[in-house]
Design a protein around this ligand. Structure first.
Ligand code: CAA
Length: 258
């Protein structure tokens, strides 16, 4: 299968590594990356592959978010559609796969990047990782499942604090929060992910698929639909225009009052 933005490599007969390869844009998730990830994951789900590792290319970022430059001029309808399509193709799809997916977080995991890691079944971070949902600093909200999954992982209070302050946490704090399962030096990140995958390979693939489905069954879907709608609603605000423009111009945004 040919990809423009992904590198796909089999580490062994049953372990597949998918690397998001857009390092100059810190692996930001544009529509094409999301489509390609869907295709790559769907393909892996339908082959003998029994564990998937996702990481970002380069030394700086796992994924720095959804592609701000792509959506900054979207209408509210396009914003909502972006969120809905992302959920369907990538974030919900991944979460419900029967093949376990491990996020190897090698640097920034911000916005859609943290949301991607949250949809994965297991998260391992390198010591230099920084994880956060900075969307409100752009005048928008997390739109790829973050408003729901972050609270599921670390509890409502901590999720509110991370989302409302827009401040990332470092790897040590992420471990303390239970946001990641382990933290290792950057040069050992892939080894640790492979070691974890090998532990999975010792178990029944059928039972693993059923276990994923059973764990996921605890979490309702209504909140995700609300996120889609409110993500779109944010696109109607002057703050969204100002926040995204300020990002491009590398300045601090001047948001309006309430
Ligand atoms: N979208 C588009 N481009 C991005 C990007 C993003 N999310 N993150 C980084 N880039 C681009 C930068 O614009 C820059 O491109 P140019 O060289 O073409 O200008 C390149 O990647 C390198 O980035 P920086 O020069 O900014 O690198 P830095 O080391 O100074 O800063 C950073 C790194 C702190 C991660 C900073 O890039 C940053 O803050 N990025 C945005 C993070 C963010 O806000 N993410 C949330 C996105 S919104 C979202 O995800 C919505 C959703 O839930 C659906």
């Amino acid at each position: 299968m040919k990809f423009k933005y992904l590198l796909v490599k089999d580490i062994s007969d049953y372990i597949r590594l998918i690397t998001i390869n857009r390092p100059k844009q810190l692996n930001a998730l544009n529509a094409a990356v999301i489509e390609e990830l869907h295709r790559a994951l769907e393909e892996a789900e339908n082959t003998p592959v029994r564990a998937i590792i996702i990481m970002g290319s380069g030394e700086k970022a796992f994924v720095a978010g959804a592609d701000i430059k792509e959506f900054m001029h979207f209408t509210p309808e396009q914003g909502q559609a972006l969120s809905e399509k992302g959920h369907k193709l990538l974030f919900d799809y991944l979460e419900q796969m029967h093949t376990p997916v491990i996020a190897a977080i090698n640097g920034y995991a911000l916005g859609g990047g943290l949301e991607l890691a949250l949809a994965c079944h297991i998260r391992i971070a390198s010591e230099n990782a920084r994880l956060g949902l900075p969307e409100v600093s752009l005048g928008v909200i997390p739109g790829y499942g973050g408003t729901q999954r972050l609270a599921q992982h670390i509890g409502k209070g901590r999720a509110m604090e991370m989302i409302l302050t827009a401040q990332p946490v470092d790897a040590r704090k992420a471990l303390e929060y239970g946001l990641v399962g382990s933290v290792v030096p950057p040069e050992l990140l892939l080894d640790k992910a492979v070691e974890t995958a090998e532990k999975i390979l010792k178990n029944s693939p059928a039972a693993i698929g059923l276990a994923i489905e059973a764990v996921n069954a605890a979490y309702g879907k209504d909140g995700f639909k609300t996120e889609n709608r409110l993500f779109g609603q944010a696109f109607a605000t002057e703050d969204f225009k100002e926040g995204t423009q300020a990002f491009i111009e590398r300045r601090k945004p001047k948001f309006s009052g309430k």
